[in-house]
Design a binder for this molecule. Sequence first.
Ligand SMILES: Nc1ncnc2c1ncn2[C@@H]1O[C@H](COP(=O)(O)OP(=O)(O)OP(=O)(O)O)[C@@H](O)[C@H]1O
Length: 819
Amino acid sequence: MQDIVKKEQKRLDWTISVIEELIVDKKQKAKSIANDVVEAQLIEYAKKEVKKLKDIQQNPYFGRLDFEDEFGAETIYIGKKGVERDGELVVVDWRTDLGRLYNAYQGVQKTFRIGKDNRPVTINGKRGIIIEDGKVMKVTEIGQTVIVENEQGEKVKYMDDYLKEILTNTEEAHRLRDIIASIQAEQDEIIRLPLKDTVIVQGSAGSGKSTIALHRISYLLYQYHEQVKPRDILILAPNEIFLSYIKDIVPEIEIEGIEQRTFYEWASTYFTDVNSIPDLHEQYIQVYSSTEKDNLIKIAKYKGSLRFKKLLDDFVEYIGNTMIPHGDLIIESGVILAKEEIHRFYKSKEHLPLNARMKEVKDFIMSWSNGQIKKWKAQIEEEFEEAYRKWVVTLPEGEERKTIYKALENAKELRMKIFIEKMQHEISLVVKKMENIPALLMYKSVFQKKVFDKFQPDIDEELLSLLLKNGRDIKQEKFMYEDIAPLIYLDAKINGKKLQYEHIFIDEAQDYSPFQLAIMKDYAKSMTILGDIGQGIFSFYGIDRWEEIESYVFKEKEYKRLHLQTSYRSTKQIMDMANRVLLNSNYDFPLVIPVNRPGDIPSIKKVGSIGELYDEIVNSIRLFEEKGYKKIAILTMTKQGTVDTFDQLKRRNVTQIEAITEGHQELKEKIVIIPFYLVKGLEFDAVIIEDVSEETFKDDTQHAKILYMSITRAHHDLHMFYRGDLSPLLEDRDPNEPPKPRKSFADWLITDITDPYTEPRVEAMKMVKNEDTLRLFDDEEEEFVKESFEDDRERYYDFHAWLKVWRRWAELRKKLEQK
Ligand SMILES: Nc1ncnc2c1ncn2[C@@H]1O[C@H](COP(=O)(O)OP(=O)(O)OP(=O)(O)O)[C@@H](O)[C@H]1O
């Protein structure tokens, strides 16, 4: 091994010296005097090159790849940035095709195809090289990062030493870091999708979604540099805390200049002033602390739905139709603009926003009017010409002739005047109705009974009365978070869009409503949408399943849906705990596959009193500090909980702590006390969840999601406390026991759920045919059962989800029995 390190050191020394030569050369160029603009640009470029080369000189690459193609054997070194000398690839940029080859190799498949010509290459080896300040520290033969099944039948991702070393590192002061050196094949596939592809990535907690998004930007800017500039890309993040969390990675992967915002901030920058509207977190607090919670959720869900979007579409179309003339425009006999003609023209401008469309119609009418005036003028001139010839020209020169001539002239002018005045009058009547409509006014007018009666007569009565009541607030411009998307949408429908991006990235997309995602689609040529339904804690608004948007928002073949199941953030023990919550909650998704990074088993401790709780939290903090952790989080359920815990810990002389209660704060201290709804996307060395009692974490989907998300914030260690009884979501169930059916349908079960060979059935399925098959919930049967559950969708989804978990268990059982 020492020998390999020595050899690699030799190669590194050579690379460093080549880079040195390049620096000297570029510096020379940078010093020259520019005679014109082009030369000035070249000088600027040389300066940038010098900086780039200096930055990477002491650590120019992280890996080596040995391969063979039709030209023979090759060895290349892969780095964050490419280095070339006279056409020779000294370091290969990770974003190139050869870089893809490096990431694709996982030690199993050896032959790949690369380049436009799809030429075959065979990999002979891959090395991870850890370099510090010009010294090769470690060389590892890598590539064996595959998913294996352990003795219990659980899937685990096998890590090579290189990945292990990277994942165990606690040196980072908890900013998102680049993973260029250890991108995994399944992640790389997403990063390198073509620019035009819209992709939905469902990824477990810690599977690298945020990281992938940022690396994909870097890749797109590199590969499509002529077409895509940083200003053409928008990244939407969950909150400002998260934006500061990704700050450091930006220059590292060369994605400076990208517009990074929260949806809220994006909306306020370009559209309405949203400052008086609560943001998602504020709204979450308002909704869940309100006695009207259920009603508020119903309103928010409806306003975030595509159904509401359809209502707005119909409403705008209707208003447009009422604005254009509904009768013929009659000025004189023979001077008529038929209403059909106006309507035909209006229809042909369907693609335009309403106000622009109206302007076109106005122009159309005006140009018709000008044409008619001209025509009328010519006709009158002709008529009077005739009269002159008849009455004036025939008279001898003299007073009488003059008088008649004048009279005729006056009559002509009068007729013209009358015609023009009539025309102007009629047109002004028509045009008055086509005045610009402000989007806000339009939105205020939506919440009327007659609007719903006309466009959505089948709307649920209770929902309708809630919406009408809410309409009173809307009239007074008291908006909620869910009003922002429709306001933007109406604005675009009426005034047109001001923005268009090449690509939009949406992180934590499960917290977006279908409506919101639909409007974002209008602002981008393509999108990368990343999220985890399992972490959809803002379910009063967000989506519950990707299918909700797939079929409506994106047309078939327009998008790809990809899954990431392996989690890289946490130890195997922490992910086992997260999977336990998923299992206990009958969560409708595959379990997370952890990496085989061992750690301490998360502790769950019962405390007798609130005082004891804080004493125990202090003990945990001390323990974590001893372990050298740089970032520790204490998760609370509420803002008040955060404030209380902060006070209590201060009283116990804990230092370097801070209370984070708003989404715009930046995390600065070592110990962060924070409500769970603000930690989305973040991670910490150790996490303390101060209350996992049954009272706080009830056995329902919403609480399961919160707990799953909270647990998966921990990198190395997790401590949980409770008073009273432990949450059933954390119950340590014997894997040989079948999953526990939810109370909501347990009474309905008519089969023995302990028998892995019999598909579970509920009362409603008695009627289903094919009793002895295991194909339940296929096509017709699924429809049948869905209909039987019509009144109780919750229960249907619960049962459906549970059935999936049960099937997994049954398969596992069968496998174990066969062994
Ligand atoms: N290939 C990899 N090599 C090294 N570290 C990785 C890799 N992929 C992900 N990670 C690490 O795993 C952690 C989780 O990544 P990230 O935050 O991007 O995941 P996520 O899917 O967005 O998570 P969540 O949904 O829980 O917020 C980060 O610390 C990241 O650096």
